[in-house]
Design a protein around this ligand. Structure first.
Ligand SMILES: N[C@@H](CCC(=O)N[C@@H](CS)C(=O)NCC(=O)O)C(=O)O
Length: 221
């Protein structure tokens, strides 16, 4: 595993950061997180990272960006593997990661949508994506008996879905079965519980309120 100190840069409610943190915790790899101001990013991010997007992983002279590439890198250097050996299963893993990132984007659009019909459209798109995930999910983990990179990537989505339900927003897993079981299992894991800072739940609600979209009008935090 890495010998140089791993330093992550992102902001506190970033789902892509959360997936890397879960991965590092599962691998019991020490790391530091620096939370940055998205409106005042450090120069090295503006200069070296395409589109200035975080999370970024720095160690020694290296700088990596794109959370799925970072998670794959962590697999490559770790003995505690979460990525399957079989090439077909690996391809499935990568494909589901792309699909999960698309679903996170739908969630984000649902959070920020202002007109009710636009909110309803993204709620619909996300619900469909969750049903597709449910139809492919095994239990207790997404790919079966063992935790995999798909779980690392889907946990931040499931975490947010649970928070939205807790504040009387829509129950997005209502029409799912296996996905609910995967969610219960993952959200009870130490690596997932400890993957966000203490202020996370409050910060996430504040973020929803700050978007001032339709969801902000209907939740009861
Ligand atoms: N596909 C990228 C997405 C990264 C991304 O969208 N990051 C957001 C934070 S969660 C960001 O940096 N937003 C600020 C910006 O685009 O300037 C990944 O997986 O790393």
């Amino acid at each position: 595993m890495a010998t140089e100190k791993l330093q992550l840069f992102s902001f506190s409610t970033c789902p892509y950061l959360q997936s890397i943190v879960i991965n590092l915790k599962e691998k019991q790899q020490p790391f530091d997180v620096s939370y940055i101001d998205l409106y005042d990013k450090p120069d090295f991010i503006n200069d070296q990272v395409p589109m200035g997007r975080v999370p970024v992983l720095k160690f020694g002279k290296e700088l990596l960006f794109e959370s799925s590439a970072i998670n794959e890198y962590l697999e490559d250097i770790s003995t505690n593997k979460l990525r399957p050996e079989d090439p077909i299963q690996r391809a499935h893993t990568r494909a589901w990661v792309v699909f999960i990132h698309d679903s996170l984007m739908s969630l984000y659009k649902m959070l920020v949508a202002k007109p009710e019909d636009e909110y309803a459209d993204y709620l619909d798109i996300l619900s469909t994506q969750l049903i597709i995930l449910d139809q492919s999910a095994a239990t207790p983990y997404f790919m079966g008996q063992d935790m995999s990179l798909v779980d690392v990537e889907i946990a931040p989505l499931l975490y947010r879905i649970q928070l939205i339900k807790n504040i009387k927003g829509p129950n997005l897993l209502e029409n799912t079965n296996n996905l609910q079981k995967v969610s219960n299992n993952l959200l009870n894991k130490k690596s997932v519980k400890e993957s966000v800072p203490d202020i996370f739940d409050k910060a996430f609600v504040e973020k929803i309120k700050g978007f001032n979209g339709h969801l902000a009008q209907i939740i009861h935090p």
